[in-house]
Design a protein around this ligand. Sequence first.
Ligand SMILES: C[S@@+](CC[C@H](N)C(=O)[O-])C[C@H]1O[C@@H](n2cnc3c(N)ncnc32)[C@H](O)[C@@H]1O
Length: 254
Amino acid sequence: MPNNLDPYESDTSYFHRMIESAYADYITVISPCLSERALYLPVCYRETPFYPQMEACVREFFQCAKFKKCLDCGCGVGRLSLFTANCGIDVIAIDKSRTLIDFCNKLLVTQGATEVEIPSIHTGRSAILTIPQDFSGTGAVFQVGSADDIQYPDEEFDCIISSNVIDRVTDPLLVVQEMNRVLKYGGRILLSSPLDWRTQFTPDVSLWQDSLTALSDYVGWHVIHNIPCLEYKLRLSDRAAVHYKCEVIVAEKS
Ligand SMILES: C[S@@+](CC[C@H](N)C(=O)[O-])C[C@H]1O[C@@H](n2cnc3c(N)ncnc32)[C@H](O)[C@@H]1O
């Protein structure tokens, strides 16, 4: 797919909605005349435990001395990368979108209040995104990079996170092979996906998978934890959101 058709690059509302979704707990709506309408957005996201649950998985399955270096593959706006880095793990976070990586690097530099204009909240209203100092992400490095051609040597990483990326790539099998290549033996991977396959992203329908377990089987990972259905919300408009049901697995390369 040519880059200019990629919504993550060409549609700025996508970018804003990803920020809202990922940092809902940190967003404050500032408004001269705050209406119920303006409040819907943060309330809607705060009901969704997606990122806190993913963070609980990082804490439970990655936070031990043997996991020192992590790859966040398709890091988006960087919430899980920053969280993981704050757990004391070195994180290399890659995403193919320059816009998103620039945003993540801005978060690293400011280490505090970052003003984000959310244009779809109507005139006179804006949202202020605040990353607390203790969420500063020291130890995270954000780079433009592609999941289907990871520019790191074999067995470079002790653990990998890839959250809601696998159904947004051209060839999911190639991407799991790449992640498998750069993961050490005994290493762990935290994978989530709504398995929301679309020809826009994955034109070859024969590559669409029924489950993350099927993808794990393909590369021989051993699934050690499985959350069959974790809700993830993405806003469509001020009063509408898509509710995805994500599968989440933690698997081991043995
Ligand atoms: C739904 S977002 C998820 C972002 C983040 N992981 C999260 O959970 O908040 C999908 C991300 O995958 C990225 N992406 C899609 N295809 C990619 C590829 N081939 N290589 C690297 N990143 C990719 C997009 O740019 C986007 O940031």
